[in-house]
Design a binder for this molecule. Sequence first.
Ligand SMILES: *Cc1c(COP(=O)(O)O)cnc(C)c1O
Length: 469
Amino acid sequence: MKYYDKLIFELSKEGRMGYSLPRPKDNLDTCDSIPANLRRSEAPLLPQVSEVDVVRHYTNLSQMNFGVDTGFYPLGSCTMKYNPKINEEIASMPQFAGIHPLQKNLPGIEAVYQGLDSALAAITGMKHFTFKPCAGAHGELTGLMIIREYHMSRGDMKRTRIIVPDSAHGTNPASAAVCGLEIVQVKSNANGLVDVEDLKPLLDDTIAGIMMTNPNTLGLFEKDIREIAQLVHECGGLLYYDGANMNPLIGTVRPGDMGFDVMHLNLHKSFSTPHGGGGPGSGPVGVCEKLVPFFKVNVSGFNGNFGVMLRAYAYILMLGRENVKMCGRLATLGANYIKESLKDCYKLPLAQVCKHEFVFDGLVNDGAREGVAGATTLDVAKRLLDYGFHAPTIYFPLLFHQAIMIEPTETESKETLDQFIEVMRTIAQEAAQDPDLLHTAPHNTPISRPDETAAARNPILKIWDECAC
Ligand SMILES: *Cc1c(COP(=O)(O)O)cnc(C)c1O
């Protein structure tokens, strides 16, 4: 146990201090200005530590974490690109950071909203965006409410069902359910794309629309999208675009041109805000012209997380019209490079050219033999941590049992990709020779394999009872 494995409360020593305040003029115990019923009867439970104790404790804790600033983070579906520090500088300017949500008459802020709205409209082919939604899933709910309102405004009350592909991100059916829509699943074909023949019989006058991600969660471009758009529109439905995978398309292809009517963007993913810890995010919703009046659906009291919008705007302006196109192209090149370099060691169920991410289905040779279990995707992911890489997304999408979903993003150099490929090959060899080494991984991290179910179901969030402080 290293000394910083202790809680800050366990470092406490009676009388040790990190600060000193001037003594109050009056003795507080006798101070009449604080009513007796508001005074503490006991001193607060605070650790008594020196400044250096605090600095070392939290600096060491911060280094037990993993972030895109410390290493490669190929977490599929999450677009963990490096976030330029200029974004942080701009978002923390007191002129922006110090504004109160109820403050009015702020032309500078208005200009940011308008500038970002037109940039996103140009990138996506939508007419306008609303910035209220605070995350992708919140954007999905907003977009679906817009679709529902649109049908209802036309007296078309039967449209209560929404089509969602079996490869969709879990938030898609979840948002549809929260919106009160019934989910109808459409299957993927052998190439991992929406099966148009399976879709056709689902289309009737009860269909509100379809939710699609393009490229989909397998990293594959839905090349039949124009035909799908025509079929859905012909039956009176609308098309919702889950824009979480917009990164490879920015500056090249627009959802509006594919036939989508409503969409969200995950500004924190594609447009660069740190998001490993789960927020704050921004999921602005864009719509085609005829849906602009339905922005009136009420999803949030305020105008979203402004700091994330500032970062996105700074990022777009910094790159400019020409460079922004390079992001998707380099991300796509990197993903295909890793895929082709590793497909002899990891099973590649869908071998075609991918966009910014792709999915392996476990190891080709997992080392299973008499009396020894083979290494699983979880084992590979845990072992990667020993080599200083964040694990890819695992066991998603649900179409494959041992899914490993890798998204390198454009900000990684070829050298980094080569190191990752080498480590993934080493792990494949280890699995073949000594799978137990993987079963017990990670070996070099502060903790090894926590009981993930217990940690989620019975988290220990307070230490008062456990520690004597
Ligand atoms: C991340 C993601 C979402 C959800 O976005 P949040 O901002 O996490 O709510 C939806 N769909 C896909 C494909 C995603 O990758």
